[in-house]
Design a protein around this ligand. Structure first.
Ligand code: GDP
Length: 295
């Protein structure tokens, strides 16, 4: 994960570690390399520029050049700033509803259905909840089948209504079903399209308005790089979602989405998907991710 970025940052920071004496010139040189590494990893140029400007300011403020271990201090500053950029503190999901309603949004293929299953499994095993999965994709019968397969796999009930083409009605019926059957979390999987379009946005906005979820999550494929950030912005403008799920971090993603999303939409990444299996889900810890990136 993020091997390329890690290598480049490591090389950039080595410039500092290698110098006998650290000067303003080689700090500037290092930060330029850090910025280049971030941009190569698909981090938006403006974000990368602000990032290095902040690190520079802090380095000057803390008199890094006069410290005993300037190289180490610079690495720490970069790591702290990376953590901050990715979200700072760990965010939980709101499970206070009776039942708690979690609405999944995102493009087709982003990993919504897979993640709905992973989250149901995670909540059932780790937080001893009784989830219900609700299939609201009324366009693709295969999507309903897929959710049933996932539900069977993890032993979680799936509510669907084949032939009903009103996702709002299905979502409401699913919530009523959960209440009648003692399910305390309802995870609503919705239809996505290949690109952002008005019909999809109107539909998800209608569902959102009708069921007032405790938690609206936006699922995005980390492999889509800068597009992930643009899609996040489009969905956030309509849904004002609560958190981001970054999927496919096990692939050869360059990592830019993980680093930029928080600062563009100001919403935390809450979970990451790291594989196709139901167990391949992790709570997102910005500081752990920064550690991983900086090796
Ligand atoms: P949806 O259209 O948004 O519901 O997306 P799906 O859940 O059907 O996922 C699309 C494809 O991505 C499927 O082949 C999944 O197995 C795969 N997928 C989902 N999440 C991950 C992940 O975290 N890692 C990997 N490698 N594949 C994933």
């Amino acid at each position: 994960m993020f091997d390329n970025l890690s290598d480049k940052l490591d090389k950039a920071l080595h410039i500092l570690k290698g110098h006998g004496q650290i000067t303003e010139v080689n700090v500037a040189e290092t930060l330029k390399e850090v910025r280049r590494a971030l941009v190569d990893a698909d981090v938006n140029y403006k974000i990368a520029k602000e990032f290095t400007a902040t690190v520079k300011e802090k380095a000057l403020g803390q008199n890094v050049l006069k410290s005993l271990k300037p190289g180490q201090l610079m690495v720490k500053l970069v790591k702290d700033e990376l953590t901050e950029l990715m979200g700072g503190d760990v965010e939980d999901i709101d499970l206070s509803g009776k039942p708690s309603i979690i609405l999944m949004s995102g493009l087709q293929g982003s990993g919504k259905t897979t993640f709905s299953g992973k989250l149901a499994n995670f909540l059932a095993t780790k937080k001893t909840k009784k989830p219900l999965l609700v299939a609201c994709d009324v366009y693709r019968p295969a999507a309903i089948d897929q959710l049933h397969v996932v539900g069977d796999q993890i032993g979680v009930e799936v509510f669907s209504d084949r032939g009903n083409n009103d996702p709002v009605a299905i979502a409401k019926a699913g919530i009523a079903h959960a209440k009648e059957n003692g399910c305390n979390v309802v995870i609503i999987d919705t239809a996505g399209r290949l690109a952002v379009d008005e019909v999809m946005m109107t539909e998800i906005a209608n569902i959102h308005e009708a069921i007032t979820p405790n938690e609206t999550l936006f699922v995005v494929d980390s492999m889509t790089g800068q597009d992930a950030v643009n899609t996040a912005k489009a969905f956030n403008d309509v849904l004002n979602f609560d958190g981001v799920i970054l999927t496919k971090l096990d692939g050869d993603t360059r990592g830019g989405a993980a680093i930029s999303i928080k600062s563009v939409v100001n919403k935390p990444i809450k979970f990451i998907g790291t594989g196709e299996k139901m167990e391949a889900i992790d709570v997102f810890y910005p500081s752990r991710m920064a550690d991983r990136i900086l090796g």
